[in-house]
Design a binder for this molecule. Structure first.
Ligand SMILES: [Zn+2]
Length: 123
């Protein structure tokens, strides 16, 4: 990933009406509705603002299988409450060994709530 398309850090104000952005190594700044610059914000100013995870476009659960274990990456819709994620819970209960050859795969639950692995993901 190049510097240019690295996503900024984003924070949402406590009243949820404004966002502050910070690009790599810069100060936070807020934008008006039309996207134009509004004000610089210090770290203290945004300390009680809620960090938002940038949307990386992932829409499915992805399991990263390695020789020594596996990790599940969640889509945006899941990330605010991972403890409630059914896929996470099913994977934890049902995966007993290396579930597939090392690599990344789409994954999810079938109709019966059984953890299932789908097609390989190349990126
Ligand atoms: Zn999830």
């Amino acid at each position: 990933m190049t510097e240019q398309n690295k996503a900024p850090e984003v924070r949402l104000s406590p009243d949820r009406t404004r966002v502050a952005l910070r690009f790599e190594g810069r100060e936070y700044w807020t934008a008006q509705g039309n996207g134009s610059f509004e004000a610089l914000m210090s770290d203290e100013d945004v300390a009680d603002w809620t960090p938002l995870v940038p949307d990386d476009g992932q829409r499915e659960h992805v399991i990263d299988v390695r020789e020594d274990g596996w990790t599940i990456k969640h889509p945006m819709s899941c990330r605010s409450d991972l403890f409630a994620c059914e896929v996470n819970r099913a994977a934890g209960q049902q995966i007993k060994a290396m579930p597939a050859p090392a690599g990344k795969y789409e994954c999810g639950l079938d109709g019966a709530g059984v953890f299932s692995i789908g097609k390989a993901v190349t990126s």
